[in-house]
Design a protein. Structure first.
Length: 428
């Protein structure tokens, strides 16, 4: 961790939203920043064409090499009572602030996550009104180019000095459930490497992220870790095997007698069980009686039969594979082939900075509860993107699909130096 030193003071406003009559979007753009580069990529990724903004806003904290962006994508009606519709449809927008670094240090950190969440309407509303009001009814000919903004004091209180993290976060996109949003925001505020955090998605966004956003962290309300665990199915009662009858004490041999005539259809007592009328217990009784008849040469007599062995169990579905506990060191990998084990490189799931991240050819998905079945994992990974990463939290379950196999993972312990998971693996 390096000592905190920030660059130029002040935050320049950013306003992205159309007016009542003109379908142009950039209203305010900081001096010295190209609207076609990093800033446009972050803003468009957060706005996503307005998808999902009717339900809740999305909050952004992003860092490029020299700039930091803080802002919110939301319905325009969240920020203004008058400038939010063209008369036929409601509008959405993005309002934020950009700070820049310099020779004296990186850009300053933004506000804490709870501060922006609770105050965005007043902070962003004031900026929106100031930059949108003069041009709200202007014709398109006057709005072809954005106006340039200059750094000004931030609306949030100055945060206390804090160290910056020189360690780059794992690459790729990570899905973060709501309990991890504040920590993710703090880590992005500490980062000196490119990172983009967008919190507030109702579901996983569609499509690929634009290039140049660095590490991407998506705060998804509907992330599986937030769902209630799926209750285990009620156990199905299984009849206990019929125990062998104990041997009876010997009795005197009966006097000789003529064989009794066998009644017609002598085994009619067994018919209900054979056709299903006796259910599973009836079937077991048939098995026991059949063994007795076979042992006596097929003759049912009144003699007490000798003790019979327990019936041979019929073929059943193979038991699921037993979980294997695997400890993966920091910067190490978990492989499923030929068996679950830690490897130094080239595995299916890696571990670093308390995060599990899938290899380029692997699909990793959080599950609503620990201990997913093979069928459930097969359904969860179908059609999902490869190479996602997730925060490792004790008790969290995952499904993993590789080129050769499928597995359910459950995180047992998490440390900076290693993670221990229970792995139940199946072939594809």
């Amino acid at each position: 961790m390096a000592e905190a030193r920030t660059g130029r003071p002040g935050w320049a406003p950013v306003v992205y939203g159309r007016t009542r009559h003109a379908d142009t979007w950039w209203r305010a753009l900081p001096e010295g920043i190209d609207q076609r580069g990093w800033l446009e990529g972050v803003v468009r990724a957060a706005v996503a064409g307005g998808a999902g903004l009717h339900g809740a806003p999305r909050f952004v904290l992003a860092r490029s090499g020299a700039h930091r962006l803080v802002g919110v994508a939301c319905q325009a009606a969240d920020l203004s009572d008058t400038m939010h519709s063209d008369g036929a449809r409601e509008m959405y927008c993005f309002v934020g602030w950009v700070a820049s670094g310099g020779p004296s240090g990186p850009p300053p950190p933004g506000p804490a996550w709870p501060q922006l969440r609770d105050s965005y309407r007043s902070w962003a509303g004031a900026v929106y009104e100031r930059w949108m009001d003069p041009v709200w009814t202007a014709p398109l000919s006057e709005l072809r180019w954005p106006r340039r903004s200059r750094p000004e004091p931030a609306p949030w209180p100055a945060p206390p000095p804090r160290p910056f993290s020189a360690a780059p976060p794992p690459a790729g996109a990570e899905v973060v459930p709501p309990p991890g949003w504040e920590q993710t925001w703090d880590e992005a505020n500490d980062a000196v490497h490119p990172i983009t955090v967008v919190l507030g998605w109702e579901s996983m966004p569609r499509g690929a992220h634009p290039a140049g956003l660095g590490t991407v962290r998506l705060g998804v309300v509907g992330a599986p870790a937030r769902l209630a665990p799926v209750p285990a199915p009620a156990p199905v009662p299984v009849p206990a095997p019929v125990a062998s009858r104990p041997a009876l004490p010997p009795r005197p041999a009966p006097p000789p007698q003529a064989p009794r005539p066998r009644p017609a259809g002598g085994t009619n007592r067994l018919v209900p069980a054979l056709v299903g009328g006796g259910g599973l217990l009836g079937a077991v009784a048939v098995t026991v009686l059949a063994v007795g008849l076979s042992a006596s040469g097929g003759d049912a007599t009144g003699e007490t039969p000798a003790p019979t062995p327990s019936p041979t169990p019929s073929a059943t579905t193979p038991a699921p594979p037993a979980p294997v506990q695997v400890t993966v060191p920091r910067r190490g990998w978990l492989t499923l082939s030929p068996a679950p084990a830690p490897v130094a490189d080239g595995g299916d799931v890696g571990y670093r900075n308390r995060q599990l991240f899938a290899a380029e050819s692997s699909v990793l998905v959080m599950t609503p509860g620990a201990g997913a079945t093979r069928e459930r994992c097969r359904g969860l990974v179908a059609g999902r993107r490869a190479a996602l990463s997730f925060r490792a939290t004790p008790g969290t379950g995952f499904c993993l699909k590789t080129a050769t196999g499928l597995a359910a993972l459950v995180v047992d312990t998490v440390r900076d130096g290693a993670v221990t998971v229970r792995v139940t693996a199946w072939p594809l």
